[in-house]
Ligand binder design. Structure first.
Ligand code: ZN
Length: 350
């Protein structure tokens, strides 16, 4: 970075949905990977909006299951671990300096949590967009070399945001918080297992690991098959058009993760759940499941999360987030769940 003032030009903060006293903590189906996944999806939105490929790097211990980043982002991300003996703040400095703009992702503990905005300390995933070291410099943003050494640029970026409108560095194009992530309504539940509980395998519903991994991109990335012959969209992907039966001439079509409309809903629990969901039902009681439709013929069955019972009705528009589903074979499995949509776009403080 010598002689070049790289700047943090955008950032997105993803905070867990529960509070334990003054601290923000993960909800029952959240963990470091689901926080990172939300931040990565914010980065993907930036890439789509800016129409330029971004280098994406994930700092720190890698919490993703095998194949997880490719399934979410469509291509691998670079992992920069503390395994190299480099502390996180220094790692970020090392990570920058590539040929183009890049996004750095990390999960970090936020010490002050932005008191001015009523924030709380606790874990957060942050996506930071750093501009290119060459080419036209961004006129605004936080110059990386003005961040005191030893301080994490990620926390610095967050603190600048957290001080609120008018006090953060002018011109920083914040992507903003993940919608709704500040709406803390729930006390943190107790007894959230840190490691996957050993759960029973339910007969019939069991998806063996190879098939689970194979279908990750379609389930996590909401990929559908679009038939070039008859125009029909088949979701989930099955390798065959549901309209005309063709197995060739199918184009992969990523579906939006917002804007699904609930067409049916039910509650599952008290013995009606597949056995892998036993721990969930024991801890929290029945859970909601909805059938949601994007356009006629394109539907998904989704568990409901982050919502009070009754707040999801037929006609409610939902967005989807990657969350823990259940534990199987000693590992967590993840999938998209439905959350009532708050706004179509993230908030933009300032
Ligand atoms: Zn077809």
């Amino acid at each position: 970075m010598r002689g070049v003032r790289q700047r943090i030009v955008r950032a997105a903060v993803v905070r867990p949905t529960c509070a334990d006293g003054a601290r923000r903590v993960e909800g029952p189906d959240e963990d470091r990977f689901t926080l990172l996944a939300a931040a990565l999806e914010a980065a993907a939105d930036v890439e789509r909006a800016d129409r330029r490929p971004l280098r994406v790097r994930v700092l720190g211990t890698d919490p993703a299951p095998r194949g997880g980043y490719v399934a979410l982002f469509g291509r691998p991300v670079e992992l920069i671990g503390e395994r190299d003996g480099v502390a996180l703040p220094d790692t970020l400095t090392l990570a920058t300096g590539g040929p183009g703009p890049e996004v750095i992702l990390a999960v970090e503990e936020l010490p002050d949590g932005g008191a001015a905005r009523g924030g709380t300390p606790g874990l957060a995933a942050i996506a930071v967009l750093v501009d290119a070291p060459t080419g036209p410099a961004s006129p605004d943003g936080i110059p990386l070399d003005t961040i005191p050494s030893g301080e994490s640029p990620i926390v610095a970026a967050y603190s600048a945001w957290a001080k609120g409108p008018g006090t953060h560095v002018p011109g920083v194009g914040w992507v903003g918080e993940w919608p709704g992530s500040e709406r803390v309504a729930r006390r943190a539940p107790r007894d959230i297992p840190a490691s996957p509980p050993s759960s029973q395998v339910s007969q019939g519903a069991y998806l063996p690991p190879p098939r689970y991994l194979e279908s990750l991109a379609s389930r996590w990335g909401f990929l559908a098959d679009r038939c070039r012959a008859c125009g029909r969209t088949t979701f989930p992907q099955s390798g065959r058009c549901r309209g005309c039966g063709r197995a060739e001439d199918l184009a992969v079509e990523p579906l939006p993760k917002h804007g699904w409309k609930v067409v049916a809903r039910t509650w599952i629990g008290a013995g009606g759940q597949p056995t892998e969901f036993d721990p969930e039902v024991e801890r929290q009681g029945a859970y909601g499941v909805v059938l949601a439709e994007l356009v006629p013929g394109v539907r998904a069955t989704l568990m409901v999360t982050d919502a009070e019972p009754g707040s999801v009705r037929i006609g409610t528009t939902v967005e989807t987030r990657l969350r823990r589903l259940y534990a199987l074979d000693g590992a967590w499995r993840y999938g998209r769940k439905a959350v009532p949509e708050v706004g179509a776009t993230p908030t933009r403080p300032g």
